[in-house]
Ligand binder design. Structure first.
Ligand code: MIC
Ligand code: SF4
Length: 647
């Protein structure tokens, strides 16, 4: 078992209940929370439903960065609600235009050694300054704001030993792509990735934050770097030197597993369609024509990244067969680029400058043409996430992205005919917090709630007999983007009845009833919906809508071979049973439209207890199956009640 790690030092100081043994459930105190608008509206509605007057954390911040297209009134209605509820409950508010939650939080609020829970899966970005920063569903974040501890499996710690130093044009993004090629996106639940070794000091905070950010794609609980001199320098440059605390692993720290990465050997890489772990080198891809390049997202839109891009573009021209779009991660980044003339260099080279925010990363505009390659500095390339069906989305570093933008094809940036621009650590960032509304609870202030904002739906207690109908059977690595698409539907996040219509939209065949239509027919017949998944079901985002909307449609259980951490927690929170086939071969025995019957479901549900069920085929044949789960006593209590809002 790991010993003396940064992970344990921080978690142990926050444990409230439970035993500090890998895999055992512990509850920890949460110091800070963050929400973003696409998950935040529901989270604050849930907070209201809990009757909380004022948040109980050291700091809670609410960001608007996802839903900013304002196509119709929904987005702005959400913003007004979020701003007013922030004022009412004592939450700091970062309005649209101020930047992506993770980037702004790192710059202005994050504190080494603290715990941060965010209703966004890329919250681990905070691990770049030595926080234990965890992504969760909105309801868990609402509970943390209410002062309740957060429950998690005490983690195993994977130590990633970094040695050497990155060579020119080889980037922090390539380090995390390398790790994704080793660990892949599945099978890592319950682990924290912790970086150590002599290579750590060679990486700046923005580089570390790129690595911890995209660590989310590994499916781990979080990723963390020590808080050291580079962290101190970063915080001082943000005029927040007083927040610095040194946190380093013991010299003799032990890890549950060690992976060594020699930074000298890192080369430019890409995650190929349509999974962040489908890794190839840029050299292997070189020469393939590229139609679009986008630089931005919470992974790669820091001042360091965009200043490097600006200098590479300076005096050059974007290739005529490519469009290059750039979305700075925060207003701080944008303002600095503008003041230093770097923005002008980007514009002069032909870049299209986008608003600071998530934008194309979550399918808000800039969808690529069909059968063309899009190259992005983002962290996810799940099929269709760009807004184009059959998209070919490649994830790369800003270094490789700018090389593609200048040449019109995949080009190993080391082959460019100029040297990599060197961007030294910033000595003083441009500090301008004038858009942030600081936290000050005014419990009598008006909460603005326009008609597009509905109530969080409530569920019924778990029935004694689950008369399940298999609504869908899907394969491995189904992401929450498959379950609940974002893009043009993102604006429906505050309206569950409407958003529910597009559950599993990507699997709807033309002319055939949608998942929602089938689910409603089953629900109306008094039976229950069942989803069958395979390995690593529910990867990716923290969106609790991937549980709320199926729940609203009458789904009572997800049965799979493995279910990812955040999604499993969301299923529990909304009263859906996350079950696993005890015998993986049963996955092959069950088909869509089969019945899955679980008699005495309430009585059968116990910690570590398998459940007996029956598959009933359309010809009446009955196959007994054993279902297992990893539910704790608390989880079971919540599920029996029909979800957390009934507890
Ligand atoms: C994402 O990157 O998929 C998102 C959009 O930021 C999500 C949150 C959401 O769906 O609102 C995430 O990463 O958790
Ligand atoms: Fe926004 Fe993309 Fe980051 Fe999600 S991954 S928070 S959509 S920038």
């Amino acid at each position: 078992m790991a010993k003396g790690t940064v992970t344990q030092k921080i978690i142990d100081r926050h444990v409230i209940t439970g035993s500090k043994e890998a895999g055992k459930v512990v509850s920890i105190k949460i110091d800070q929370t963050l929400t973003q608008d696409a998950t935040g509206t529901m989270a604050y509605l849930e907070l209201e439903a809990m009757g909380v007057n004022r948040v109980a954390t050291e700091l809670s911040a609410s960001y608007v960065d996802h839903n900013m297209m304002q196509n119709g009134p929904e987005n702005r209605n959400d913003h007004l609600y979020l701003q007013s509820i922030a004022k009412n409950k004592g939450v700091a508010f970062s309005p649209p235009g101020n930047g992506i939650c993770h980037q702004v939080h790192l710059e202005r609020f994050g504190v080494p050694g603290k715990t941060l829970l965010g209703s966004d899966s890329h919250t681990p970005t905070g691990g770049g300054i030595g926080m234990i920063a965890i992504g969760a569903g909105g309801l868990d974040v609402a509970l943390a704001m209410a002062g309740k501890p957060f429950r998690l499996a005490y983690p195993r710690v994977i130590g990633v030993k970094l040695t050497g130093k990155l060579k020119a044009w080889c980037a922090a993004k390539d380090v995390i792509l390398k790790l994704l090629s080793i660990l892949t996106t599945k099978g890592n639940v319950g682990n924290v990735v912790e970086y150590f070794g002599s290579g750590v000091a060679t990486l700046s905070v923005p580089q570390r934050a790129t690595i911890t950010n995209m660590g989310a794609e590994l499916g781990v609980t979080t990723s963390v770097f020590p808080s050291d001199d580079r962290t101190k320098q970063f915080l001082e440059a943000q005029d927040r030197g007083r927040s610095f605390v040194r946190i380093e692993a013991d010299a003799k720290a032990e890890y549950d597993r060690v992976i060594e990465i020699d930074l000298n050997k890192i080369v430019p890489m890409a995650a190929c369609p349509s999974s962040p772990d489908n890794i190839r080198t840029i050299e292997e891809l070189s020469g393939n024509p590229v139609g679009q390049v986008i630089i931005g997202s919470c992974t790669n839109s820091s001042y360091r990244d965009l200043a490097m891009v600006a200098e590479a573009l300076k005096g050059r021209k974007v290739h005529s067969s490519v469009t290059l779009s750039i979305a700075p991660g925060s207003r701080q980044v944008l303002e600095m680029l503008a003041r230093e003339g770097k923005l002008a260099d980007m514009i002069a080279a032909g870049a299209r400058i986008l608003e600071t925010g998530c934008g194309p990363c979550i399918g808000q505009g800039q969808s690529p043409a069909q059968e063309t390659i899009t190259v992005r500095t983002f962290n996810r390339n799940f099929a269709g996430r760009t807004g184009t069906r059959g998209d070919q989305s490649y994830l790369v570093s800003p270094e490789s992205a700018v090389a593609a933008a200048l040449t019109g094809c995949f080009t190993d940036p080391r082959k460019l005919d100029f040297g990599m621009p060197q961007i030294p650590d910033v000595e003083k960032f441009n500090i301008n917090d004038n858009m942030i509304i600081p936290a000050a609870a005014d419990v009598n202030s008006e909460i603005i709630r326009k008609p597009t904002i509905g109530n969080p739906p409530v569920n019924n207690p778990l029935p004694e007999k689950i008369e399940g109908a298999v609504l869908i059977k899907v394969g491995d690595k189904i992401t929450t983007d498959h379950i609940m698409p974002a893009g043009i539907y993102l604006k429906l996040r505050s309206n569950i009845p409407q958003y529910s219509r597009v559950v599993f939209d990507c699997f709807t065949e033309p002319g055939k009833p949608s998942f929602a239509e089938r689910a409603i027919a089953v629900r109306d017949s008094g039976r229950h919906g069942i989803i069958v998944g395979r390995d690593s079901y529910g990867q990716g985002s923290s969106r609790e809508h991937a549980a709320i909307c199926p729940m609203y449609l009458g789904v009572k259980a997800v049965v799979a071979l493995a279910i990812e951490r955040i999604h499993k927690a969301n299923l529990v929170n909304f009263g859906i049973l996350p079950l696993l086939f005890a015998d993986p071969a049963d996955y092959d025995r069950i088909e869509p439209e089969d019945q899955l019957l679980i008699e005495n479901a309430r009585r059968q549900l116990g910690v570590g207890k398998p459940m007996e069920a029956e598959i009933v085929k359309s010809d009446g044949k009955v196959i007994p199956v054993k279902l297992v789960h990893t539910l704790s006593e608390d989880d079971i209590r919540i599920i029996l009640a029909g979800g957390m809002l009934n507890c």
